[in-house]
Design a protein around this ligand. Sequence first.
Ligand SMILES: [Zn+2]
Ligand SMILES: [Zn+2]
Length: 59
Amino acid sequence: MCNGSLFNDEALQIHHVFRRVDGGSNASENLLLLHLYCHQQQHASDKRRKVDSDALQLA
Ligand SMILES: [Zn+2]
Ligand SMILES: [Zn+2]
């Protein structure tokens, strides 16, 4: 999503490629580890989804 390291002290969230309510699973291939900010950007570019509906906060 960005050129930054995932481990640069930014908060991380897990994004579900397919949300659980859409039939997505918690399998690793359905999960993306994103910075909190990048996750918000991901959803900002996809108006059908609301951020945080699928996020697991890690930090
Ligand atoms: Zn990022
Ligand atoms: Zn998400």
